[in-house]
Design a protein around this ligand. Structure first.
Ligand code: SF4
Length: 109
């Protein structure tokens, strides 16, 4: 006897067994959305200074080294993720609606 399961059934079983936090962490989902949106508009990081190869976020947050080590490749950049996390927390604490497009992201430094 063979038991077959459809792809939809398999997906529902797999998602049901994931921990709740992994399934729906709104902060993580919003950050991923912002990075996806940023990729639509920017080939290299919008906070990357091509002339000096410095990072504006690092400069404004007084990092010891303000140089971007990633040549402006922002996908998976921990500095950008940390910045977006801070922005998310700030907007949430103010009760400001979260932007759904990277271009609407306020400069919260
Ligand atoms: S360190 Fe990250 S956030 Fe800063 S310029 Fe480079 S890629 Fe962008």
């Amino acid at each position: 006897m063979s038991a077959k399961i459809s792809e939809d059934e398999l997906n529902s079983v797999l998602t049901a067994t994931l921990p709740k936090q992994e399934k729906k962490d709104p902060k993580k989902r919003w950050i991923e959305r912002m990075i996806r949106s940023a990729k639509l508009y920017h080939k290299i990081c919008p906070y990357y200074d091509k002339k000096t190869t410095n990072c504006f976020i690092k400069q404004l947050h007084m990092y010891k080294r303000s140089r971007c080590d990633r040549d402006g490749r922002f996908e998976g950049c921990p500095v950008l993720v940390e910045f977006l996390e801070r922005t998310y927390d700030k907007l949430k604490s103010e009760g400001t609606p979260l932007p759904m497009d990277f271009r609407d992201l306020p400069m919260v430094f």
